[in-house]
Design a protein around this ligand. Structure first.
Ligand code: FAD
Ligand code: FMN
Length: 571
């Protein structure tokens, strides 16, 4: 044994490897390779090491682009091994190709409450619903997730298990990555490469289904206990909206403009009380949840998700109460009313199947430089209707009712892909509604640091008089020259609807000049409609102003994105 390690470290190392299972050894190998690769500029394995595998398909299912970035990066690295990768998003993937695949790498994140990203839904349902076999398939899955969520990397785990059930053979164990995914992702990829480059006659790695024990969840995020300093409604009388500006002070607070904070809401007391009454369960009875003991009351109030249960949970509830329930999502209270439990003991069985409450993210609206020791958020009250009955979003309602002086727990969620450029670079910020939060953060930071780059803001809401969020600050920044240009779109102040994208088109030539001059484009706020329409408009502007074809405009925007000059924080 070479004396690379001092005695004490050597003992720890030997203890670890001598007691590790084979799958743990595979993982340790990958992890170390990944660490070396991350710290060294050279390729992970020597470029001369070629594989007998010629083709491989890399699919990705993404919501915010991380899985796509990794899939593209792996494809570039895999080419160095003489393997030809095909990279395709799961929304574009032809399901009829699946039985023909020989080697498949799937990089997929988890969204919602343990769900696949929308773009991967078709693929996810297909492999779960269809009774077919994938006997040719050799595969591996890289699951992206976040340990703050109760169902960590669930969608990736499901895909991994399901491909295995259909007859696929794993060439490397599933990799599970937390938000800071580089190290784990490299470890997984290193295992995949080792497996591919040692395949003469393809032989699957001897891997059991669950993640190796050593790949346990990384330590959780730092939880801050903050004090609410301010909680005000930014909308004026007559508005259809309620958007709260909440300021929170906390000790040793660390975040960067562009980050979000995560908050785990509590369930409304009146619902908890109704559930206790309906089920007759003893509120003080102690039960175990995730290796901790809680009273039934605390479990229902602070720990378990009781609203909008997933279809899978609704079906599991049906089994416990012995009833057939249609495939639907429902609140626990509604289930209990329509399909009651027999007794308190049966309700205890129900409590065991419920998931934890997921955190909700809120984009930071403050700057650590301008608002020392504080973090601010902009929270829109979520209002929706079920059967004509008005309901309120859990977390937004919980936050909006927060008293000044009360304590609030939160964690900081870094967002590396939503960052201000160098101080001398220009920015174009498109953020209607609560999308303004991140730009208040950016502008406060640029103001406080004296950044010289120009800033252009597009903001929109329903009405000028009642919904111009942060109006005074925006006007001040404009007057003092922090903001060079502001364009506003109040959709309901005239007959025809005017949105931010209409304002962008009115300034298309100048916008294109800014982009060509090196400005970074940011979009923040509503994803489903706003960000899609705004992106279409950006493409139209590039196409028309740059005299480019549709394809060229798309490539142009992709290049901007790769260079970190087109960043989105949408939800
Ligand atoms: C990166 C990021 C940044 C964000 N930044 C902000 C921000 O700055 N400001 C902001 O306001 N929000 C922001 N959000 C959104 C925020 O995290 C929450 O999603 C939002 O506040 C709604 O959460 P909620 O708990 O109030 O609603 P939930 O209770 O989670 O409900 C959300 C939706 O689920 C559906 N739903 C829930 N229950 C039922 C049911 N029983 N039946 C039918 N449908 C149901 C409804 O459509 C409802 O609107 C951000 C999200 C992300 C991912
Ligand atoms: C609204 C929301 C819900 C999420 N739900 C989960 C979850 O249930 N489990 C999990 O492990 N990660 C969850 N995540 C974290 C994402 O999987 C993680 O941020 C991942 O890096 C995103 O990768 P993508 O950009 O490829 O979609 C969630 C993220 C968001 C924004």
């Amino acid at each position: 044994m070479p004396k690379m390690l001092p005695e004490a470290k050597l003992k720890i190392f030997l203890d670890l490897v001598s007691t590790a299972t084979q799958e743990e050894l595979v993982w340790i190998n990958g992890y170390l390779n990944g660490m070396v690769a991350a710290s060294a500029p050279k390729p992970i394995t020597p470029a001369t090491e070629k594989s007998s595998v010629e083709k491989i398909t890399i699919v990705y299912g993404t919501e915010t682009g991380n899985s796509k970035r990794l899939a593209t990066d792996f494809a570039n690295k895999i080419k160095q091994k003489g393997i030809h990768p095909k990279v395709v998003g799961l929304d574009q993937y032809r399901l009829t190709d699946l039985p023909k695949e020989e080697y498949l790498l799937a990089v997929i994140s988890t969204q919602g409450e343990g769900d696949p990203p929308d773009a991967a839904r078709k693929f996810y349902d297909h492999i779960h619903n269809n009774g077919f076999k994938l006997e040719k398939l050799k595969y591996s899955v890289l699951a992206l997730g976040d340990t703050s969520y109760p169902l960590y990397c669930k969608a990736g785990e499901d895909v991994d298990n399901q491909l295995n059930k259909l007859g696929g053979k794993r060439i490397a164990p599933i990799g599970k990555c937390d938000v800071d995914y580089d190290l784990e992702a490299n470890a997984w990829f290193s295992n995949v490469l080792t497996s591919l480059t040692t395949i003469a006659v393809p032989k699957p790695a001897p891997v059991a289904s669950p993640t190796p024990a050593v790949a346990a969840k990384p330590a959780g995020k730092k939880i801050y206990t903050g004090t609410v300093l301010t909680n005000i409604n930014l909308n004026d009388r007559g508005s259809l909206k309620e958007t709260h500006h909440i300021e929170i002070a906390a000790d040793e607070l660390q975040y960067v403009a562009g980050d979000s904070i995560g908050i785990v809401p509590e369930n409304p007391l009146h619902i908890v009380e109704e559930i206790l009454t309906l089920t007759g369960i003893d509120r003080n009875k102690k039960l175990e949840h995730k290796k901790e003991t809680y009273t039934v009351f605390d479990l229902l109030h602070k720990k378990l998700s009781i609203i909008f249960l997933t279809q899978r949970l609704v079906q599991a509830y049906g089994k416990i109460v012995g009833q057939t329930i249609p495939e639907t999502r429902m609140d626990l209270l509604d289930l209990l009313k329509i399909y009651p439990v027999k007794d308190a003991a049966q309700f205890e069985e129900v409590l065991k199947i419920l998931n934890g409450i997921s955190p909700r993210l809120y984009t930071v609206a403050s700057s650590p430089v301008a608002h020392d020791g504080e973090v601010h958020i902009t929270v829109a009250k979520d209002i929706y209707a079920i059967d004509n009955e008005i309901r309120l979003g859990l977390c937004s309602n919980y936050l909006n009712a927060f008293e000044v002086g009360a304590n609030l727990n939160f964690f900081v969620q870094a967002n590396k892909h939503f960052r201000l450029p160098a101080p001398e670079k220009d920015t174009i910020m498109i953020g209607p509604g609560t999308g303004i939060a991140g730009f208040r953060s950016f502008l406060a930071e640029r103001d406080a640091t004296g950044a010289t780059g120009r800033n252009w803001l597009f903001f929109g809401e329903q009405h000028f008089t009642s919904d111009f969020l942060y109006q005074t600050e925006i006007q001040n920044w404009y007057e003092t020259g922090v903001l060079n240009k502001v364009n506003l779109a109040f959709s309901r102040d005239q007959k025809e609807k005017i949105y931010v994208q209409h304002r962008m088109l009115e300034h298309a030539a100048e916008l294109y000049t800014w982009i060509e001059g090196g400005a970074t484009l940011f979009i923040s706020g509503n994803k489903e409609r706003m960000s899609v329409d705004v992106e279409k408009t950006i493409l139209q502007i590039i196409e028309e102003q740059g005299k480019k074809s549709k394809e060229e405009a798309k490539t142009y925007l992709e290049i901007l994105e790769e260079a970190g000059r087109y960043e989105k924080d949408v939800y």
